[in-house]
Design a protein. Structure first.
Length: 213
């Protein structure tokens, strides 16, 4: 009899423990799962955004460097050398000019007749030192009012002419082509720039600088 009562007591205790603790444990597991998987925080990426996320960042580039002072053969060799360091680089070759003086001039006219009309205006202002440019294709039918060694002297002459009523004259450099070339290097990869600059040692007499704006 006592054994039966003891067995019933153990059964009741086990049932009580199951009722009290199993649901609480299940609830805790549910909360844990809810913390681990939050449907509201899940966002599906579109194909384009997924591709952008996977796309590697493009290498940074330096806008433009001008490398000057080459002869024809050296310029070709330098281009090969820099392209080996930065294959995506854009290279523009140009001839160098040297400023040999400054001049005061009236801009090119549309025709010789237009230049002659400007000369007549100068004569009426009492100005008799002028020259119609004809040989220089860039300044054909411009009117030269004086050539000077320095910009300051040319500027002084311009002020004198303006004081006498000349309104369209201006000051500019007189340049002469020289037998040298420059290379404008664009889109140089940032990491390759120091190596590109080091190449100047292989080409004595050349220089680097930022491209003119």
């Amino acid at each position: 009899m006592r054994l039966l009562v003891l067995i019933l007591l153990l059964v009741n205790v086990a049932f009580y423990a199951w009722v009290e603790y199993v649901p609480e444990s299940s609830s805790a597991e549910g909360q844990l799962m809810a913390q681990q998987i939050n449907p509201e925080s899940i966002r599906l990426l579109s194909a384009s955004r997924l591709a952008a996320a996977r796309k590697p960042e493009a290498p940074k580039t330096v806008s433009c460097i001008e490398w000057s002072g080459f002869g024809r053969d050296d310029a070709a060799r330098a281009q090969e050398a820099v392209l080996a360091l930065s294959p995506g680089m854009q290279i523009t070759e140009r001839k160098l000019e040297e400023t040999t003086g400054w001049w005061v001039f009236m801009p090119p006219q549309a025709s010789r007749q237009g230049a002659v009309q400007k000369v007549e205006e100068l004569k009426r202002l009492g100005i008799d030192e002028y020259f119609i440019v004809q040989e220089d294709a860039k300044f054909r039918f411009a009117i030269s009012l004086g050539i000077f060694r320095s910009e300051e002297a040319a500027q002084k002459k311009l002020e004198q002419l303006q004081g006498r009523g000349v309104r369209t004259a201006r000051v500019g450099p007189r340049t002469t082509p020289v037998n040298r070339l420059s290379l404008q290097l664009r889109d140089v990869q940032e990491g390759a720039q120091p190596k590109v600059v080091e190449l100047v040692k292989e080409f004595p007499g050349t220089t680097f600088r930022d491209c003119a704006a």
